[in-house]
Design a protein around this ligand. Structure first.
Ligand SMILES: [Zn+2]
Ligand SMILES: [Zn+2]
Length: 110
């Protein structure tokens, strides 16, 4: 997998310029009452925040990755703060995410 640019930024309507994160559109579109129904699987591997729902998790192949085509069709970029808010809907604390990011960054800078 090619290195992703850690400086990727996105212009968020609510938060301005922020680092981008990748989430499945099911989660991205679920804000509100139906949030917390879909399941929330997240990772900060390589320092890039990624999250997807239960349905997407079921598409993960034997190699542990989602097929590229699937990601292209089903994932969208949202800003890091939106990611945090989404995670909070699923009971994932920002501190938990920040710790995972710090751990990934420490590994990258090794
Ligand atoms: Zn999904
Ligand atoms: Zn945002």
């Amino acid at each position: 997998m090619a290195d992703q640019d850690p400086d990727d930024v996105i212009e968020c309507e609510g938060h301005g310029r922020q680092p981008s994160t990748l989430v499945c559109r099911h989660l991205a579109e679920s804000e509100g009452d139906d949030a917390a129904e879909l399941g929330f699987h997240w990772s900060a591997a390589d320092g890039d925040l990624v999250a997807n729902c239960d349905a997407c998790e079921a598409e993960v192949g034997a190699d542990g990755f989602l097929p590229d085509d699937y990601v292209l069709d089903n994932f969208v970029l949202i800003c890091r703060l939106c990611f945090m808010e989404l995670a909070a809907d699923y009971g994932v604390e920002p501190a938990e995410i920040e710790a995972a990011e710090a751990a990934a960054a420490a590994k990258a800078n090794h």
